[in-house]
Ligand binder design. Structure first.
Ligand code: A2P
Length: 327
């Protein structure tokens, strides 16, 4: 039995966390749902019972809470995660605020296990999570020299505002979340631009991949991230150069046995991973597995996952499941 808090419970990811925790085998004794003062008093449902949303404040963690799962933005995490930690909870934080801190674990349960130097565990960036799940077993077997990512990211990754911009854009309404219309458009721009010309999203993918998979600076990684007019589920084209030679069949075999991965790869029959089929699932779907004819030991993999589930809520709940299983 464990007590849970979900901070940011009224948001897109928070709502999915409640749903995913409800589906989990975890025994939840008490659940506390927290959000801003705007949502205090709202009633949400968890496993068929009504739970009243509380306003998050300095005293929210005075109660006995085992796991506090945060998805309320970086500023809220920076302020409240240490308070929850101090009161004995294990924080699982979906924001980017803590991810690259040296003493903070950055965890994808299929790939790594927390050392728990601190009781704050970071949930990685959505596109990173779905990419490292299939990469891990390939890199374990063949080593890696280089990874190149190109993403096609759904608007749900920007929260409710992103979804509104796509839906309202169909009627010609001006965007509020994005700097340009996303309806009938593609934006090569996710998060802010940095001095090196990359966006912060692109640098998150590069740095987080290295941290999760424990890769040194001898491995080169690059990324281009684009927002596409898709409601949900991100697609990532992964181009990987392995250290040791492999055949396409080897890659397919390893991926077909990899935890959390489903191979969908029958292009002759128009069968490959697609966003509309990944939505609602926790697995990462891979296909179009083929040799990159432009360079040695290199392969293309098309990788699709539900960014709100595996890319955020489900990964966070899976971290709690993993810790409870090993308690
Ligand atoms: P609220 O709904 O009360 O604003 P999304 O990413 O979908 O916009 O969701 C963000 C989540 O984070 C919501 O649950 C939101 O609550 C919550 N949130 C945002 N700012 C704060 C804050 N300062 N304190 C507590 N919760 C916050």
């Amino acid at each position: 039995m464990a007590n849970f808090a979900i901070v940011g419970a009224t948001g897109l990811v928070g709502t999915k966390m409640i749903e995913r925790l409800g589906e989990s085998k975890l025994k939840v004794d008490n659940i506390y749902l927290m959000a801003s003062s705007r949502s205090a008093g709202r009633v949400l449902e968890f496993r068929g019972r009504d739970v009243v949303v509380e306003e998050l404040n300095e005293h929210s963690f005075d109660k006995d809470i085992d796991y506090a799962i945060f998805s309320a933005g970086g500023t809220t995490s920076l302020k409240f995660a240490p308070i929850a930690e101090e009161h004995g909870a294990i924080v699982i934080d979906n924001s980017s605020a803590w991810r690259m801190e040296e003493d903070i674990d950055l965890i994808v349960p299929e790939c790594n296990y927390p050392k728990l130097k601190r009781r704050i565990i970071a949930n990685p960036n959505c596109s990173t999570i779905q990419s490292v799940v299939p990469l891990k077993p390939l890199i374990d077997k063949y080593g890696v020299k280089r990874i190149s990512y190109t993403t096609y990211q759904a608007v749900s990754g920007s929260g409710k505002g992103g979804i509104d911009d796509l839906i309202n854009g169909r009627d010609g309404q001006a965007p509020k979340k994005y700097p340009h219309p996303i309806y009938n458009n593609v934006l090569p721009h996710i998060d802010v631009f940095l001095d090196n010309g990359y966006t912060k999203e692109e640098m998150k993918m590069i740095e987080e991949t290295k941290k999760i998979l424990n890769l040194g600076d001898e491995v080169s990684i690059t990324a281009t991230c684009a927002r596409v007019p898709v409601l949900n589920s991100h697609s990532v084209e992964i181009n990987i150069t392995l250290e040791r030679s492999a055949e396409v069949e080897d890659i397919r075999n390893i991926l077909s046995k990899a935890p959390g991965v489903i191979v969908v790869d029958d292009p002759q029959n128009n069968i490959y991973p697609m966003a509309i089929e990944a939505t609602g699932r926790d697995e990462v779907f891979v296909g179009r597995i083929r040799r990159d004819i432009s360079q040695a030991n290199s392969f293309h993999i098309w990788c699709v996952a539900d960014n709100i589930r595996k890319g955020a809520a489900s990964n966070a709940v899976q971290i709690a499941e993993m810790l409870e299983e090993n308690r």
